[in-house]
Design a protein. Structure first.
Length: 174
């Protein structure tokens, strides 16, 4: 019912029109990589620094993490798989704050020209967590990390080629 200016009720009748609404989800890629001062801002080198993921559907589990040790102040961004594959910067993610922000939490920006780099402010161990559904990141300073390597025939018994595992002091290996 609709009322006119004089308060009279009118019923509006129309043909029924079928419409289909399709929600558009935030695109979440299958893999993300850390790119920055630690690997010379090079896509090939960044491909060796993947964020870990559970392997579930990325829309069921949008969380990606990486543990990293840096030897001093380092700027960084997040390269999605599409950037690694294409070598183009237009899909690289930064923050919505100023370039070089050392904020431990923030929103990701997907406009490469407007996205500022994040910063590890000093030497140390860091855990970076991305929530790709919320488009946010969190940086945690970690205590000293003890590195363990699994070696075997698959690695030629070489630590360099072995699978690296981490164990934070007082916590079980991840």
């Amino acid at each position: 019912m609709v009322k006119d200016a004089e308060g009279r009720n009118f019923e509006l009748i129309s043909n029924v029109i079928a419409a289909t609404a399709t929600p558009i989800a935030t695109p979440i890629e299958s893999a993300y990589y850390l790119i920055g001062d630690v690997n010379g801002w090079d896509f090939t080198a960044a491909a060796t620094m993947p964020f870990s993921h559970s392997g579930k559907d990325v829309y069921e589990d949008p969380i990606f993490t990486i543990l990293i040790t840096v030897d001093g102040e380092k700027n960084w961004k997040v390269a999605p798989q599409s950037a690694i594959d294409s070598g183009k910067w237009d899909t690289v993610l930064g923050n919505t704050e100023a370039d070089g922000s050392a904020s431990t939490t923030g929103n990701l920006a997907d406009n490469a020209s407007a996205a500022g780099a994040m910063k590890f402010p000093e030497a140390g161990n860091y855990k970076v967590t991305l929530n790709m559904e919320a488009y946010t990141y969190t940086v945690e300073v970690m205590p000293d990390v003890i590195e363990y390597f699994v070696v075997g025939d698959f690695s030629g018994w070489s630590q360099t080629n072995g699978q690296r595992l981490y164990s934070v002091a007082g916590a079980p290996a991840q």
